[in-house]
Design a protein around this ligand. Sequence first.
Ligand code: HEC
Ligand code: HEC
Length: 385
Amino acid sequence: MRLLAAAFSVVIASAAIAAGVPDHFVWPIPAWMPPPPVPDDNPMTAAKVELGRHLFYDARLSADNTIACASCHAQKLAFTDGRELAVGINGTVAFRNAPSLANVGYFPLVTWANPHVGSLEFQALIPIFGDNPEEMGLNGKENEIFARLRADPFYAEAFPEAFPERPDLDLFTVTRALGAFQRTLISVNSSYDRFKYAGEKNALSDAAKRGEQLFFDHRFECYHCHTGIHFTNNLQTSRSAFAETGMHNTGLYNIGGTGDYPRQATGMIEFTGAPSDMGKFRTPSLRNVAVTAPYFHDGSARTLRDVIDHYAAGGRTIKDGPYAGIGARSPYKDGMIAGFQPTDKEIDDLVAFLESLTDEDFLSNPAYSDPWPAGHPATIERVSP
Ligand code: HEC
Ligand code: HEC
């Protein structure tokens, strides 16, 4: 499987540079995995993916040339940043933790809590233009910055190649290229996958096998929400009859009404206004979770053990620091977060299972890496968590 993954990345790379050859995109996935859905207005091509990769790693896409998408979404951390809360231009701190982008093309809803963000093309506008918080700070400066990028010899060729019908570098083509690249970020080659789908009986340790039993057990209940191929009930493949979208209150905060509360506590209610959506957040995938600490939308759990302690206690039982209310007592808490009493060994086993979801090939696949040469103006001082 390792070799197979290496071969896939070569397929992407070589297709992108095969000048004059019709641009057939090959998904970097094994046969058992259906590809993610692709929007009609953004068909996949290797040229577009390669362009999107350059944009993803280009710090010139920010107001002061310091922040690229990759600043907050670093490959070796499964496209997270290792911080509690993300940090944008001028040191602006965001309200939320940067989620992993592994398999992001399969999520019908993106972002932690907004039920209206249903596409990668739309999502990209948030970090680029958002001013609350300011992540890349392009609002009002897009013409100047797009002009700067158009002057780059790479883009002067790559945009017409990727978009023969609409060769200009504009918001439509930039967000389409970013979306196409992100749809290729597919991670399905963990030890657990090799054990479960490729019949490698020794790919999983005994501890991880015991942890798998616990994960799918009624006492722990993890699998009710972290279900299916990507361990989330937020899933759509190109073969799905419908999109599954799971949002839950997992007992992190306990606040109600419309009073003053920290913004990180609100969840889906911020977008729907419905009281029952208070504290509801999207179920994240657990693939590569061992490298995406700290956890939860507010980055409040440092380790996987902390996460399991949270569930075992039936939600947050402390009310210190920025936390509003005792989360475990929230009336909106999902019934599945009832608490349980694990032994130390059970926690170790569950952690071993979660660690078996790490896909080393994904974290080092050259097809997802920074394409810009060292010292190029696109490059950034990478965040080193
Ligand atoms: C300053 C850090 C930062 C930068 C820069 C940034 N992001 Fe993010 N990203 C985040 C945070 C934080 C979230 C979660 C936001 C939320 O849910 O409110 C996020 C969420 C996402 C999501 C949703 C993933 C999911 O599964 O919910 C995608 C996709 C994404 N970012 C792509 C990008 C792209 C593309 C760029 C560059 C155009 C980018 N990001 C730039 C921090 C950042
Ligand atoms: C009722 C649904 C539900 C159940 C049951 C559940 N989870 Fe979660 N899980 C979620 C949601 C929703 C989040 C995001 C919470 C947030 O950040 O506000 C989450 C977050 C996580 C995270 C953090 C991931 C990240 O990227 O930050 C981990 C790890 C996790 N869950 C593991 C587990 C384990 C292990 C169990 C079983 C003990 C479990 N979950 C049970 C819904 C659930």
